[in-house]
Design a binder for this molecule. Structure first.
Ligand SMILES: [Zn+2]
Length: 257
């Protein structure tokens, strides 16, 4: 049986419409206060869009941005799309209810992981800027899927140009401190220094235990942090550059004063 989904007017003026029925209501009167960026991780943009609109997939996102810059909306922003899955940020676990999800066409780490083309990045900037303005979303809540689901997800990955978005006024970002040769904190370490690293990551929003033990979970969160904010080296080791970049970010938060 063919299932027909009603078309709707785009929330973003430049978007084409391809309705997906994979959505529900935002829960507990949650309102939109975050954007989650993904990559599609499939062989083609067409295949990814078809999958996000296929009722069997049980996944969706509000938008997909193709490599040529075309923006297609699949779920109304008012509705809850199914893109984040099990997730956590700044105390909230139902990220789908409070976010707009954007899938960016890219084959991903398993299929070659190309650079994001300029036309596509420009469209992501226009789209996110529009959403941020309409919903009054603060910069530090424009996030990667890997930020809210570390260990489970690594998209959109270390090649995503967060610095370019920041230059265009989208997101929260500081130029990373270049990686050095210091030993840093790593898996197996413990004590007050580890605890203070965990506290800083947690304060920024990451889901990490603050138990003073640098185990696998902490390494995975350090990797997620690096993928977004210190992409030069994603190794899960909290070296001086990682710590310095993290503390600069915290200092640059709007309410840090
Ligand atoms: Zn994702």
């Amino acid at each position: 049986m063919e299932i027909r989904v009603n078309a709707f007017a785009p929330d973003f003026a430049g978007a084409e419409i391809c309705p997906s029925q994979n959505f529900g209501e935002r829960r507990d009167n949650a309102y939109i206060d975050a954007i989650i960026l993904h990559y599609t991780g499939m062989a083609s943009g067409e295949a990814a869009q078809a999958w996000l609109c296929n009722p069997d997939s049980q996944v969706s996102s509000h938008y997909i941005v193709h490599e040529d810059g075309r923006v297609v909306q699949m779920v109304r922003e008012a509705d809850r799309a199914w893109h984040a899955g099990k997730s956590f940020w700044a105390g909230v676990t139902d990220i789908n209810s409070c976010s707009v999800g954007i899938e960016i066409v890219n084959r991903g780490h398993d299929l070659g992981y190309d650079a994001f083309p300029d036309s596509q990045v420009e469209s992501v900037i226009s789209l996110t800027r529009d959403i941020v303005t309409r919903h009054n979303i603060s910069g530090e809540r424009v996030l990667a899927h890997s930020d809210v689901a570390p260990g489970r997800k690594i998209d959109p990955g270390e090649k995503f140009p967060w610095g370019r978005l920041a230059s265009a006024g989208v997101g929260h970002w500081v130029p990373p401190e270049p990686a050095g040769e210091d030993h840093g904190l790593c898996e197996g370490d413990s004590g007050e220094v580890v605890k203070s690293l965990q506290m800083l990551l947690f304060r920024y929003g990451y889901g990490v235990d603050t138990d003073g033990t640098f185990g696998e979970k902490t390494r995975i969160v350090v990797e997620a942090f690096q993928r977004h904010f210190r992409p030069e080296r994603v190794d899960g080791i909290a070296d001086r550059s990682t710590l310095e970049t993290l503390s600069r970010l915290l200092t640059a938060l709007p309410d840090a004063a």
